[in-house]
Ligand binder design. Structure first.
Ligand code: NI
Length: 205
């Protein structure tokens, strides 16, 4: 095993530890300091599970929407000032840059702020990023179930300097294969080029 490969594996383990910490220790926001965490398939790791949500056109959706498909899933909220839009842009850019392989991806944005993110709000928001991006929201209970399945931590945070509340939340793009295998996890320092390369590597037409 060469040094580079060792470093990749250490970063991957640190990333997975970060996901666990976000849930367990309720840290405010996990930031990966060391670049991309993807060196998948992330051996044996799984995220996801049953959920029932409402999409941005008001239709009921559940986990069958990604069964047998390649999916990229990101949890966030539309009022997020910087991180969510940046990550959604990154996801959209990576899919487009991956060419035909990118067209196989089902891109999904799940709100962790259903109080403000109604289907109508989600419809306007997802259209800004990618024509195929599916926005999902629901009741607080439905969103909680989905967030727990994907090991996403989220909570409301009051900031005295802002008139509106904000949300603390885990920020990762998950790349999931047709059988539910986690193929990659991308943090704040991952680039569209890295994600696009993974899409081309993993997607089999
Ligand atoms: Ni955010």
């Amino acid at each position: 095993m060469d040094r580079r490969r060792k470093i990749d594996i250490i970063l991957l383990l640190l990333g997975l530890l970060g996901v666990l910490l976000a849930v367990g220790a309720q840290v405010r926001l996990i930031q990966l300091k060391s670049g991309a965490v993807s060196s998948g398939p992330v051996a044996g790791a799984r995220v996801g599970g049953p959920f029932t949500l409402i999409d941005h056109v008001g239709a009921a959706r559940d986990e069958s929407m990604i069964a047998g498909r390649y999916a990229m899933i990101y949890f966030g909220f539309t009022y997020c000032p910087a991180i969510c839009p940046t990550e959604l842009q990154k996801m959209a850019r990576a899919m487009d840059d991956a060419g035909p392989a990118g067209e196989s991806i089902v891109p999904v944005f799940v709100s962790i702020d259903p109080e403000r993110d109604t289907p109508e709000v989600m419809a306007r928001y997802v259209a800004q990023f990618h024509p195929r991006l599916i926005g999902l929201t629901g009741t607080q209970e439905q969103v909680d179930v989905a967030a727990e399945a994907y090991k996403v931590f989220a909570r409301k945070a009051e900031d005295p300097s802002l008139s509106e509340y904000t949300m603390d939340h885990t920020s990762y793009i998950y790349f999931i294969g047709p059988d539910g295998t986690l193929l990659g996890i991308y943090g704040l320092t991952s680039t569209p080029a890295e994600i696009a390369a993974d899409i081309q590597r993993f997607v089999k037409s």
